[in-house]
Design a protein around this ligand. Structure first.
Ligand code: GLU
Length: 283
């Protein structure tokens, strides 16, 4: 009995290998036939786009707790925001259908591990392009320009970065550039780190800190939720957002950049920007 089981297993493995090999060849063929040499990717050997096409849906890591960029409505279960609209446009470009997409929640801390584990094809989640992150992932062109700022309770004595001292209690999200930046700007400052922005904002409301720091665009989303809080001072860093993919997936980067170029040329980028940010994009 165990012998026949063993035999069956061998057969199944052989069959599986055959299918994998067959699929692989088909992909290469259909990819070449469909896209020719001018298909996205150019000189790359990356087959990441072929894998996405074979799967038939794009797996995108987005924020679920960040108003204006990626916010899940607990009632409907819908996730909405600037990053979601950009993600749908990428799905449309790659798969011909903006709904051929599965969103997965990431936080600032989990997004790179989830990407590099293969749980998602890309991260579209308020993520700044930095030299440090470029060691772990590849980025698209810049698709949004933010800057770090401060959110305080109205009437706070903090009116900008110049009022932040070593004795100020700052709140932020783990894995965000904002934590490192504020520590560099104000050496010795106390920073309480939370798992996500929702928790950090709840802590600010509960009086556990003096100011919450992250990108101005995210803070404006929080302030719009609660009139008791406001964004103060001028942005004090540059946070150019990029879409991250696994290192070496140059065909996906190319497809994303083509999508962004197309959105800009058609005016759809400006429409998405105005829809969420409420004003026309700069330049
Ligand atoms: N853009 C900054 C970053 O990538 C802050 C926003 C965030 O935590 O996602 O870290």
């Amino acid at each position: 009995m165990s012998k026949s089981f063993k035999r069956l297993s061998v057969l199944m493995i052989a069959a599986a290998l055959f299918v994998i090999a067959g699929c692989g060849n088909n992909n290469v063929n259909s990819n070449n036939a469909g896209g020719g040499n001018n298909a996205s990717g150019g000189s790359t050997d990356s087959k990441a786009i072929a894998k996405i096409k074979e799967r038939g849906k794009l797996l995108v890591g987005v924020k679920y707790d960040t108003r204006l960029f990626g916010l899940k409505d607990p009632g409907s279960g819908n996730v909405e925001g600037f990053d979601i609209d950009i993600s749908k446009a990428i799905a449309k470009h790659i798969l011909g259908d903006e709904n051929a997409i599965e969103l997965k929640e990431v936080t600032s801390k989990t997004r790179i591990p989830m990407l590099n584990n293969g749980e998602i094809d890309m991260v579209v989640a308020t993520m700044t392009i930095t030299e440090e992150r470029k060691k772990e992932v590849d980025f698209s062109d810049v698709y949004f320009q933010a800057g770090q700022s401060l959110l305080v309770k109205k009437g706070s004595t903090i009116t900008g970065l110049e009022d932040v001292t070593k004795d100020t209690k700052i709140l932020g999200s783990k894995g965000a550039t904002s934590i490192k930046n504020i520590k560099e700007k104000v050496p010795g400052v106390t920073v309480l780190e939370f798992d996500n922005y929702q928790d950090a904002f709840s802590a600010l409301k509960a009086g556990q800190g003096d100011a919450l720091t992250t990108d101005d665009a995210i803070l404006y989303g929080m302030a719009s939720q609660d009139p008791g809080f406001e964004v103060v001072g001028e942005p004090f860093t540059d946070e150019p957002y990029g879409i991250a993919v696994q290192k070496g997936n140059t065909d996906v980067v190319q497809a994303i950049n083509d999508t962004l170029d197309g959105l800009k040329a058609s005016g759809d980028y400006a429409a998405i920007y105005t829809k969420w940010i409420g004003k026309a994009p700069a330049k």
